[in-house]
Design a protein around this ligand. Sequence first.
Ligand SMILES: Cc1ncc(COP(=O)(O)O)c(C=O)c1O
Length: 481
Amino acid sequence: MRTQGQPAWELLLPAAGAPARRRGRALQEALREAVRSGRLAAGTRLPSSRELAADLGVSRGLVTEAYEQLTAEGYLRSDRGAGTWVGGAARAAVRGARDPAAGTPGVRVDFRPGTPDLSLFPRSAWAAAQRSVLARLPHSALGYPDPRGLPGLREELAGMLARRRGVVADPERLVVCSGVAQASTLMGFALRARGLRAIGVEDPGSPEHGRLFASTGMEAVRLPLDGEGLRPGPLAAAGVRAVVVTPSHQFPSGIGWSAERRAALLDWARTVDGYVLEDDYDGDFRYDRAPVGALQGLDPERVVYTGSVSKSLAPGLRLGWMLVPEELVDEVVERKRTMDLGNPVLDQAVLAEFVARGGYDRQLRRCQRAYRERRDALIAALARHLPGTEVSGIAAGLHVIARVPARFGPTERFLARAAEAGVALRTLEEYGTARPSDGAVRLVIGYAHLPPPVVAEGVGRMAGAVGGTPRADDGAAPGRP
Ligand SMILES: Cc1ncc(COP(=O)(O)O)c(C=O)c1O
């Protein structure tokens, strides 16, 4: 038996060397893993139990037992007298498929947007909150929770959101959920239950919105934006009665919706007896001006407000919230109950404790300082290395839009050269249908996860690859070769 030029029993040798009482199980696990990972391909004929036992220096009984067990599980196939083969049932697991940035070969600086700086996660404050919760939580609190969320957390979040985001926050209408993602699917099901079949999404916008609503059977209808927000004409003509929007810091364009467009959207929702899902995904980060209050504060019966800790703490916590109009509360809570019976109690209690101790506000202040510095480093580096670049959407959030002059393009060449230089980028075109003909390269640059020297290095690499000035000190005239 050989796999990829290597005798397969070498894969099993560590298991054969396990202490006697664990050897049988170790052998089975190693064989299972070899099949699962594809190192033993489907159709590979295994040696007889006698041969393999001799090669490995273990008793024949252990090998026979391993063959029988894995045959019963479907990893192997046996024909009495004819031998044992690797079956075709097992498939190698696809690892890391959800994280395109993770370990991408050749990527030195990753400007793709969406992630905060995970190294800023407040580990000690979180651990202190965890210890305190475990010490005081009664046994009875470990049963199934209220599907809306722990009352203590709903109180804390309602207070925090009213204070920070200007929402009308009644804890009775606040539902704790697994991020904006789950809020969107809960809304999708609730809207379907009311007979709606389509929802408007921003163009350009987050592709997640369309995907999440599609998973609930709702068709996503793209609605064009201009520099102020959704354009009223196409909105009225679309025939939908619900939209999902990011008015505080539009994703990805970075604009803040004008007061007129906010008012027009609410007028539209009242006219069509419809709903607005307000995704406040990075509403906590504002640099040069006071935060714009959430839309929900203007009409809490038409606007479902949602946000999460994904940008402020870590997306891996999968903790978020939604504020739901009276009419939709029962439907949303019932969906939450049937979906997962509520979020984990300990995580909710720890977040409540963390907010109550002032940890959330402290964390936002800390991130805000770090992110502002990174944003400034990015703007300075772009001005220096790619002169003429216009940067917008800078007042808030974790990313900006950079419009790089056409002389550094065209876009495909720019991206290819940047990739060769180890810089991963996203373009605005990837998020929408508009294709301006001015030849400029429009980038959506996420900076929050990168320390200032890395931001500067990334811009230098990118510029060097496309004909800008590669280093801060070279003083060379910019331009195409
Ligand atoms: C526009 C937008 N909304 C929401 C989210 C986050 O969703 P969640 O709160 O489920 O992590 C993202 C993630 O990057 C996003 O880009």
